[in-house]
Design a protein around this ligand. Sequence first.
Ligand SMILES: Cc1cc2nc3c(=O)[nH]c(=O)nc-3n(C[C@H](O)[C@H](O)[C@H](O)COP(=O)(O)OP(=O)(O)OC[C@H]3O[C@@H](n4cnc5c(N)ncnc54)[C@H](O)[C@@H]3O)c2cc1C
Length: 336
Amino acid sequence: MNKFSWYEAKSVEDAVKKANATASDLLGKKPGGSSVIFKAGGIDLMDLMKEGLVNPSTIISLRKIPGLDRIEYDENAGLKLGANVALAAIESNETIQEKYLALHQAVAHAGTPQLRNSATLGGNLAQRTRCWYFRSIEHECYRKGSGTCYAQKGENEFHAIMNNSTCASVHSSSVSTALMAFNARVLITTAEGKSKEVGMEEFFVHPEVNSKNETILNSGDLITSVVVPPVSPHTKSYYIKYGVRESHDWAMADVAVVTEISGGKCKNAEITLGAAAPVPIKAGGAANKLIGKSITESLAKSAGKASMKGATPLAGNTYKIPVFEAIVKRAILKAV
Ligand SMILES: Cc1cc2nc3c(=O)[nH]c(=O)nc-3n(C[C@H](O)[C@H](O)[C@H](O)COP(=O)(O)OP(=O)(O)OC[C@H]3O[C@@H](n4cnc5c(N)ncnc54)[C@H](O)[C@@H]3O)c2cc1C
């Protein structure tokens, strides 16, 4: 690990200003761009530094910014989660358990209790893929800008089975799978100090659009909070994570289902898949199968099948198709 300087940000404005100032200093000295980076819980950042994937000259700690660790709920405005909220705080929040069950479940299955105590929501959304080719110093892969995805013909059992022709990595945030199903929005203060709000589908970027980052964040952009819209009393949700191990591991496949059931019929449905594509995606065709109908086992099964329409698995991960079909079906039935 190289030497770096440490800066304790006092406010959001202070953090982005420092990031901007440091970036322009460094741009003057170092061709190739800035090497200033934010740190929240440090779980992913420390790995990225140890793996030689980032070499910041300045680390800006966000941990002491007042107010960023708040969870607020209002019946009309919904849920507001500050970027520094620890995953453990989301897990133990009773309102989230009651109204946003799939979010509670996604967080409760992320990593381990120790990790969830340090890991923050902002860092979770901005973490990088755990694709072993990306994480390997020996592979200049597509995500590092080389244009070559080694997973296509290499070891690809945990990789993407959809939208995977350029890069088959999957994003590691299973928390995002649930947030996307609830149509959450991400609030950002840009490096220039402007406020921006984007939906989860816009926040995540496919590799064809930006090969070097999974999100729309540019250097110095700061996530300030995530807003989850209010749910109706008829909203039911469920999240399932499938993995090699029950704990201490990322998802091989995960799904979040959010439905609104009224008069015995499904009025609205959202189904989101994680670890299926390079970023979390909505399975719109599967959700549409449910709308206007009473949920039965056979309908849930056909939605599970529909969720995999257009899948293009690689040599080592065809098993993911029946896994997704099964967990989509199961999550729908559990939700309702
Ligand atoms: C063994 C293991 C298992 C795991 N399993 C899961 C899992 O099942 N599901 C899951 O979702 N995650 C899982 N994780 C990932 C873990 O949840 C994330 O690493 C963690 O949430 C990152 O948060 P952090 O606060 O530590 O971020 P940091 O490491 O501090 O930051 C991560 C990245 O985000 C950037 N960043 C941080 N905060 C902000 C902000 N406010 N605005 C803009 N950029 C920011 C940093 O610059 C850095 O690039 C696992 C991790 C480990 C080690």
